[in-house]
Design a protein around this ligand. Structure first.
Ligand code: SME
Length: 151
């Protein structure tokens, strides 16, 4: 199954209409994303909980590491730079943090509130190499803007 970002975005918008609690929004987003595409083997948020510190938020899949400083990992790179990280081969990414030995590729997107504040990152891991494309980055970014831009 391959995700239809427009349809999944419509479902998420409907499910979260009027909601502004970050955890409730994150839990709903990861649930709908994770089950929408066979490439998504781990889907989760890391939240900014202190200066330059990410802590795990709602996720689907095997256990994820609890704390990631902005200086480490693919998630830290997304938080530090504010740029989407598209990683075709996690073994080639300096400082990649392997929460699962089966992960081959990864996409991590910064998550901003409507006032521009960084509230966390969305991390999706795949056991397939080169699983993600710019189209995924654009589709996921549109969903994140719609859901968290209201905060
Ligand atoms: N791979 C991420 C860490 C999170 S686990 O994959 C859930 C990273 O390198 O930041």
């Amino acid at each position: 199954m391959t995700i239809d970002y427009l349809e999944t975005g419509r479902i998420i918008d409907s499910l979260t209409a009027g909601e502004t609690d970050e955890v409730a929004l994150m839990a709903t987003v990861v649930c709908e994303l994770h089950h929408a595409d066979d490439r998504f083997d781990w889907t989760g948020f890391y939240r900014v909980t202190a200066t330059s510190v990410l802590k795990i938020g709602p996720y689907q899949g095997g256990h994820g590491c609890l704390v990631i400083p902005f200086s480490k990992g693919v998630c830290g790179a997304a938080a530090r730079t504010g740029e989407v990280q598209l990683v075709d081969d996690v073994d080639a990414f300096p400082g990649h943090i392997a929460c699962s030995s089966s992960t081959r590729s990864e996409i991590v997107l910064p998550v901003h509130a409507g006032d521009g504040r960084l509230i966390g990152v969305l991390d999706i891991d795949s056991d397939q190499p080169s699983a993600f494309t710019r189209a995924d980055a654009e589709g996921l970014s549109a969903i994140l803007r719609s859901v968290f831009g209201r905060l």
